[in-house]
Design a protein around this ligand. Structure first.
Ligand code: MG
Length: 172
């Protein structure tokens, strides 16, 4: 693996929005009358970030690391999944996150009042300064499933760099 330059990964995820579930975004519960359906807590932002980290590390995808069929991840806290992913990336390829940028595509609720808390939560989870974390919210112009409030999507780009302390690379 080439560590001469930072490594970039892309993540994307979508979950259905339904009544009776908490709306978890970037590890923060956003007050709303609907939330995200999923095997875990459905945190679409953290799932996109996990996939971006795995992508940058060349470690496949979230479905391989946290299989739907595995009851360990049923209703799992996605924050714990981020921590596990960070440890996996550090241990196997000696890389750590240094920057993340996120787009959340959501019609309602408006995220502006919650973005600062979401940024801080994501920064804490990734061990970053809040200045190295950005979260943007866009609507879907009332078009399609997201526009009708039936789903929420997120995109993430994560930059990984070599761990200064090194890690144990295990090539399999
Ligand atoms: Mg997901």
């Amino acid at each position: 693996m080439n560590r001469e330059f930072p490594r970039v990964g892309l993540g994307w995820d979508l979950h259905r929005m339904v009544a009776g579930r908490p709306l978890m975004l970037a590890g923060v519960e956003v007050p709303y009358n609907k939330g995200l359906l999923g095997h875990s807590d459905g945190d679409v932002v953290l799932h996109a970030v996990i996939d971006a980290m795995l992508g940058a590390a060349g470690l496949d995808d979230i479905g391989q690391v946290f299989p739907d069929a595995d009851d360990r991840w049923k209703d799992a806290d996605s924050r714990a999944m981020v921590t596990i992913t960070r440890e996996l990336v550090a241990r196997t390829v000696a890389l750590r996150p240094v920057q993340v940028d996120v787009v959340v595509i959501i019609e309602q609720p408006k995220l502006a009042p919650h973005k600062a808390a979401m940024r801080q939560s994501l920064a804490n989870l990734l061990g970053l300064d809040v200045g190295d974390v950005n979260i943007k919210a866009k609507t879907h112009e009332r078009i399609g499933e997201i526009g009708r409030g039936e789903a929420v999507a997120a995109q993430a780009v994560v930059v990984l760099a070599a761990c200064p302390t090194g890690g144990l690379e295990q090539r399999v």
